[in-house]
Design a protein around this ligand. Structure first.
Ligand code: FAD
Length: 411
């Protein structure tokens, strides 16, 4: 017998889509999730996995099993056809194509790292968006330390291998630099005692402040903390080109490097850019306050790939998560023919880890920094992790790191 429930397709498995999925009522909708990533990632703790403070699997939640009575396809959506309400998809593993029909569609496909088209960034840089990126960074750190330990290596080559560069002074770049500093000073100092004096960490930022969205006092405090930690911060420094062993800055200087992590903000995916919907100047899909894509009553978009017309909200997990909760509740109400209200964002503040057991909290009422804020940072993220399994694993990882240190094996 044909189901009377409406067919709801959710594209993506990030903060926006996952929170929609968690709240949607499967008694009211037949839910299908299409995403090339078969798990949700708690990105605020992703920088901690690059050095092993937390293990990779502790911050992910598989989509299959996240909710009963849903269907999941490990695929990319490649096209949306609004005349017959179908989407085209491509299996993420073998490229097999298929199409699905929908009554309602939620587009929550996020954004990708912006390279600004700078030559060499894609080829030689590492990014920090997915677990595979975090694993590649962890591998590269250890590989460079092992290569730099080779006897008779020229001093300049050793210094190059041990120069870790971060481009972008936003929360991701700052938190990664901080985690790397902790790894070097707390763990690698014991495993590589002879080469650690030659290690340098440099953070390049094109603007004139780190964490520019934070309160100016907290941003200044971060720079001072980094200076004490010997993380070199170079403000107003723009990368012009990246080569295999050197970064060229717009001021003409050449910077030899061994590893570069690129974290300079987001741009939209080729899929979002190709969609036949209204977009803003940043190519984000324009919606109303109910997340309808402009001109459609059955297609919704939210999270990093969308923007509410006339409102400027930051591209954060906090926004995406609140939007997902709201949309699922609204869809549940609509199925019961109950009235719905427009979305209102509630800003609860921003947190960032800056190394050496210090963190920042830029909350609406309080601006906190230092050790006690780090305790708050840890407790806050612990409560925000999406499952009990994640919470237990993360606590276990923190205790393990405290007692035994981080692992530096290469495999
Ligand atoms: C390292 C890091 C640290 C961060 N720290 C914080 C923090 O501390 N606080 C904070 O508020 N925010 C933080 N953020 C930002 C936050 O992660 C994003 O704003 C949030 O993930 C956006 O949610 P989203 O659902 O829009 O996109 P995402 O979470 O990026 O999810 C997009 C999903 O869509 C899928 N997808 C992509 N293309 C397609 C397609 N064609 N078809 C189907 N599915 C597709 C992807 O595989 C993915 O599952 C951080 C981000 C990073 C990378």
């Amino acid at each position: 017998m044909k189901s009377l429930k409406q067919k709801l397709i959710i594209l993506g498995s990030g903060f926006a889509s996952f929170s929609t999925l968690k709240v949607i009522d499967t008694n009211l909708y037949d839910v299908i999730v299409v995403s090339p990533r078969n798990h949700f990632i708690f990105t605020p703790l992703l920088p901690s996995t690059t050095v092993g403070t937390i293990e990779f699997r502790s911050i992910i939640e598989p989509i299959r099993g996240a909710k009963d009575n849903i269907t999941y396809y490990h695929a990319y959506c490649t096209n949306v056809n609004t005349t017959d309400n179908t989407i085209q998809c491509k299996n993420a593993l073998d490229g097999n194509e298929f199409s699905l029909s929908f009554d309602k569609l939620v587009v929550g496909v996020g954004a990708i790292s912006n390279t600004f088209g700078i030559s060499g960034v894609e080829q030689y840089g590492l990014f920090l968006k997915e677990l595979s990126d975090a694993r590649a960074i962890r591998q590269r750190i250890i590989e460079n330390l092992e290569r730099a330990s080779t006897p008779n290596l020229q001093f300049e080559e050793r210094k190059r291998l041990l120069h870790f560069v971060v481009v972008g002074g936003g929360p991701t770049g700052v938190e990664f630099a901080a985690e790397l500093h902790d790894f070097l000073t707390e763990d690698l100092i014991h495993s590589y005692p002879n080469i650690l004096a030659d290690v340098d960490i440099t953070l390049f930022e094109a603007g004139d402040a780190l964490l520019s969205t934070f309160d100016a006092v907290l941003s200044e405090y971060t720079i001072k903390t980094f200076q004490r930690q010997k993380i070199s911060v170079r403000l107003q420094s723009q990368v012009a080109k990246v080569e295999a062993k050197e970064i060229l800055l717009t001021d003409g200087s050449h910077v030899p490097y061994g590893m570069m992590v690129w974290s300079t903000g987001n741009t939209q995916t080729p899929f979002v850019k190709s969609l036949p919907f209204e977009k803003d100047r940043g190519s984000r899909l324009v919606t109303d306050e109910f997340f309808h894509i402009k001109g459609f009553t059955n297609i919704y978009s939210l999270g990093d790939c969308a923007t509410i017309e006339g409102k400027v909200l930051p591209a954060t997990s906090q926004v995406a998560q609140q939007e997902g909760h709201y949309l699922a509740k609204t869809l549940n109400s609509m199925a019961k023919e109950k009235p719905v209200k427009p979305f209102i964002y509630q800003h609860r503040g921003m947190l960032a880890y800056i190394g050496g057991n210090r963190a920042l909290a830029d909350l609406p009422q309080v601006k906190g920094r230092g050790f006690s804020t780090w305790i708050f940072w840890r407790s806050a993220y612990l409560t925000k992790l999406v499952s009990w399994k994640n919470k237990v694993l993360v606590v276990f990882d923190w205790i393990k790191t405290f007692i035994f240190g981080r692992d530096s094996s290469r495999f």
